[in-house]
Design a protein around this ligand. Structure first.
Ligand code: AMP
Length: 289
């Protein structure tokens, strides 16, 4: 595995690989790797000749009051894990390398961002789309791998790839969870021990919602109330949102029907966690999977 820190070197290497007709699988991350990231890497390894992992904590996607400076980082550990997963190139640019001059262009996401995390994190998805546009142009991937854990991000990236005609196949990968159901996240290390225990209720509430839908419930308001009540009875964290939308359009629903997402975001003392469940809902009772 080679660690590459400059855009120029990364582009030269990709040019060589492309001239050899190699397919390139790309996994963009902010590092502090866990099993969720490793699952994306394993899939990329299986499906491509070359695997590129990027580690870049992108300041553009953090708001002024968010956790950019405390976001966990451990490059040496990440490097060993990446090596074990058979990554060919680890692209690890500095902030100065990625944004070394004041940018004259930024990508603005027009749809799918007025809800969920986009609502409480203004500018977040513009930052994500801007850095991904740069990374896609640097790495020129054949396939790019993203986790459904960030379901809104997947919806936004789908729009970015389609609207900007990137010749890239987006591969969405299921959520990897801890034993108690908590979605794996780099941010979980910033939970206090008591918060870590309580955080499992987020997924439990989503599972309860799924069971209610399987039992015939189709009213989004009832589902939202059920999830919120379970979360608030489980701990003192603050709910940022509990929402039910169509997926990937992220539109309001009068009644659950078709592909739907139930998503929650919860604030703890130092971290904000997100989770979701995506379901196919039919009008028959029990019609959810
Ligand atoms: P991040 O480093 O948080 O930006 O995540 C990098 C990629 O890993 C994103 O596509 C995430 O959706 C994905 N990811 C993060 N956590 C998980 C998880 N628990 N399961 C599957 N994918 C994940």
């Amino acid at each position: 595995m080679r660690v590459i820190t400059t855009i120029h070197e990364m582009q030269n290497e990709i040019k060589t690989q492309k001239s050899l007709s190699k397919s390139v699988g790309f996994v963009p991350t902010m590092g502090f790797l866990h099993e969720g990231h490793l699952t994306l890497l394993k899939k990329a390894r299986l499906e491509n000749d070359i695997v590129v992992l990027s580690i870049f904590v992108n300041p553009l996607q953090f708001g002024p009051a968010e956790d950019f400076s405390t976001y966990p980082r451990d490059f040496n550990r990440d490097k060993s894990l990446a090596e074990c997963e058979g990554v060919d190139f680890l692209f690890y640019p500095s902030v100065e390398e990625m944004y070394h001059h004041s940018s004259s262009v930024r990508v603005v996401v027009q749809e799918r961002t007025d809800v969920l995390c986009g609502k409480s994190r203004p500018g977040h998805f513009d930052g994500v789309a801007t850095v991904l546009t740069k990374l896609f142009n640097i790495v020129l991937p054949t396939k790019a791998y993203f986790g459904i854990k960030d379901a809104q991000q997947v919806a936004v990236v789908e729009g970015l790839i389609t609207d900007f005609n990137f010749p890239i196949e987006l591969i969405a990968v299921d959520i990897v969870r801890e034993e108690d159901g908590l979605a794996k996240s780099s941010r979980n290390v910033n939970l206090l021990p008591e918060e870590r225990r309580q955080a499992a209720v987020i997924y439990k509430s989503l599972i309860a919602a799924k069971a209610a839908i399987e039992g015939g419930e189709r009213d989004p308001q009832v589902i939202k109330s059920l999830v919120s009540a379970m979360i608030t009875s489980g701990f003192k964290g603050q709910i940022d949102y509990v929402e039910v939308y169509s997926y990937p359009q992220l539109k309001d629903l009068a009644k659950l029907d078709g592909t739907c997402i139930i998503a929650a975001a919860v604030k703890f003392s130092k971290v904000r966690l997100i989770d979701n469940i995506i379901l196919e809902v039919s009008q028959e009772i029990g019609g959810a999977k």
